[in-house]
Design a protein around this ligand. Structure first.
Ligand code: SF4
Ligand code: SF4
Length: 211
């Protein structure tokens, strides 16, 4: 079963609020998850779940790292929901209001499904101009050679690169134009891992920092 995700390619450079699960469950996603959880998982009662502080004392404190620059609010909300159900102690996310709201909504949605503990929310902020956690990739697809096999798209672990050939009205074999590469980096999904930088055979990808 898939949770609703934001169709991220047209989101632009800043994150947008995730489609709400709690306030409008018209498609029944939350009900479906609830049924699934209650029919397949035995969640211990809350008193048996260690608080985040007790987890720290016991040495089994677990944090979900969504990514300091990962800003796809719908994915962050879904991850927060699933990991809260799994009993995570803390959720670390980007310093972006829609993302923080998405984490909180994921936690609330999980708590409406089962009696699970409320995890802490940690917000990553940048105090370094070149901290790799806050890096984003960028390139102009119109500069990419038409015969490039697009290894950047294949290597990205966050599916943060999306490229399509788009035919223009005046593209013909006669004028040697058979379309234009469009798309590029989906900014809110890129978390700056750098894998695409090294695989680009034409050195077209560069990085910039959120600071
Ligand atoms: S740096 Fe490149 S490979 Fe890594 S997440 Fe961003 S777009 Fe994907
Ligand atoms: S690998 Fe480099 S040249 Fe090829 S599509 Fe990606 S950015 Fe463009």
């Amino acid at each position: 079963m898939l949770l609703p995700t934001a169709s991220s390619f047209d989101l632009g450079s800043s994150s947008l609020p995730a489609p709400s699960l709690l306030h409008s469950d018209a498609d029944g996603h939350l009900r479906t998850i609830k049924t699934l959880v209650h029919s397949t998982i035995k969640i211990p009662p809350t008193f048996a779940l260690p608080s985040p502080i007790l987890s720290l004392r016991l040495g089994n404190w677990v944090k979900l790292i969504c990514g300091a620059s990962f800003e796809d609010a719908a994915d962050v909300r879904n991850l927060s929901l699933v990991y809260t159900l799994a009993g995570v102690d803390c959720i670390d996310c980007a310093a972006d209001a829609p993302v923080v709201n998405a984490v909180n909504e994921g936690i609330e949605a999980a708590m409406s499904i089962a009696m699970v503990k409320r995890s802490w929310v940690m917000i990553s902020v940048n105090d370094d101009e070149e901290d790799l956690h806050f890096r984003k990739a960028e390139f102009d697809p119109e500069d990419c050679p038409s015969d490039c096999p697009r290894p950047c798209e294949k290597v990205c672990p966050a599916t943060a690169i999306s490229l399509q050939w788009v035919l223009q009205e005046d593209d013909t074999e006669q004028n040697n134009r058979l379309g234009q590469l469009k798309g590029g980096v989906i900014t809110e999904r890129c978390y700056g891992c750098g894998r695409c930088f090294s695989v680009c055979p034409y050195d077209r990808i560069s990085g910039y920092y959120l600071f």
